[in-house]
Design a protein around this ligand. Structure first.
Ligand code: FAD
Length: 306
């Protein structure tokens, strides 16, 4: 069996696996797609110490770093279920294989919910963005829209309003769903317009985004706004459905962890975007992967016969 089996192949997983392997213990990675969300990222400018890099380059670096260690990487394999047995944790894969490990680090990440309108995929990283912390500064002095008036949409709009020229918030429902304290803050900003009852129908552009089309659901009239960027903020879905009730998750499906990265199941830790840590970033997921690995090691030395 493995000492530490890492499920997932993003930055959290790479970090967890390297930290574990550096303890000289049997470490494995099982990943549906090594690199995770970073594969789909254009420029990365907030990984501190590296002024600027690109997603695929970053993934290649992660791969090389992992290869430097004795880590059993099982790429293109999807975990299907987890079960805590007496002496180990059992992970079953979609291909039928069963892996046993004394400890497990879950780092299966998350994915942004899409609006599903024409232009969204075409202009991804060309004006369509999902992360204000990552891409906000690219739109300095420009006009942008935020799709979604929940907490994350309104937080994004407040954040962006401090950087860009003007923000239009499009909310499908008749009113915003964000906490009232956030809504009050949003209303106090001079460069924000809120459009309730607005159904986005299209993101337009040529090489890059140049506008957004929406239907006013009250009057059933179509409108077009010229702008340079669209931030989609209608939810981040953790890749945790496969766990069912095996591990405690919150109402958003995020794995609940304590500050040791421990879940409610002994020997099972979690890190990165699949957890209830509120801030989803590369640098944070790597920190939490390292934290989970060090605490998994601590768990092993306390729970193993000498
Ligand atoms: P992920 O990167 O989501 O990796 C999850 C891994 O788990 C993947 O390998 C996946 O294939 C695997 N997996 C999922 N389910 C299973 C399963 N059942 N079995 C096996 N494997 C599974 N952050 C920044 O800090 N700076 C940026 O500039 C930035 N830009 C971004 C741009 C875009 C377009 C996107 C989508 C995200 C961006 N982010 C950025 C966020 C950043 O990518 C994430 O915070 C980070 O990748 C999270 O790492 P993670 O390892 O927790 O999860």
């Amino acid at each position: 069996p493995f000492d530490v089996l890492v499920v997932g192949g993003g930055p959290a997983s790479a970090s967890a696996a390297i930290y574990a392997a550096r303890k000289g213990i049997r470490t494995g990675i099982v990943a549906e797609r090594f690199g995770g969300q970073v594969n789909d990222t254009a420029a990365i400018e907030n990984f501190i110490g590296v002024k600027r890099t690109e997603g695929p380059q970053f993934v290649a670096n992660l791969g090389e770093h992992v290869k430097d260690y004795d880590i059993d990487v099982m790429n293109l394999q999807r975990a299907k279920s987890l079960e805590r047995k007496k002496d180990f944790v059992e992970i079953e894969l979609e291909n039928g294989a069963v892996l046993n490990s004394k400890s497990v680090i879950l780092s299966t990440g998350a994915r942004w919910r899409k609006v599903g309108v024409p232009g969204e995929d075409e202009f991804r990283n060309k004006g369509v963005a999902y992360c204000p912390h990552c891409d906000g500064p690219l739109f300095e002095g420009k006009d942008v829209a935020v799709i979604g008036g929940g907490n994350s949409g309104v937080e994004a709009a407040i954040d962006l309003a401090g950087i860009v020229k003007h923000v239009t918030v499009l909310e499908f429902a008749p009113e915003l769903k964000a906490d009232s304290v956030l809504q009050d803050r949003l209303k106090s900003l001079p460069n924000v317009t809120v459009l309730p009852n607005a159904q986005t129908t299209k993101i337009t552009g040529t090489d890059n985004v140049n506008g957004i089309t929406y239907v006013d659901r009250g009057t059933q009239t179509e409108h077009h706004i010229e702008l340079a960027g669209v931030f989609v903020q209608i939810g981040l879905l953790p890749n945790t459905d496969w766990l069912g009730d095996a591990v405690e998750r919150n109402k958003f499906g995020e794995i609940t962890i304590d500050r040791h990265g421990a879940t409610n199941v002994p020997g099972v830790f979690a890190a990165g975007d699949c957890t209830d840590d509120p801030n989803k970033q590369i640098i944070i997921s790597m920190g939490s992967g390292a934290n989970a690995a060090l605490n998994a090691f601590n768990y092993l030395i306390r729970n193993e016969a000498p």
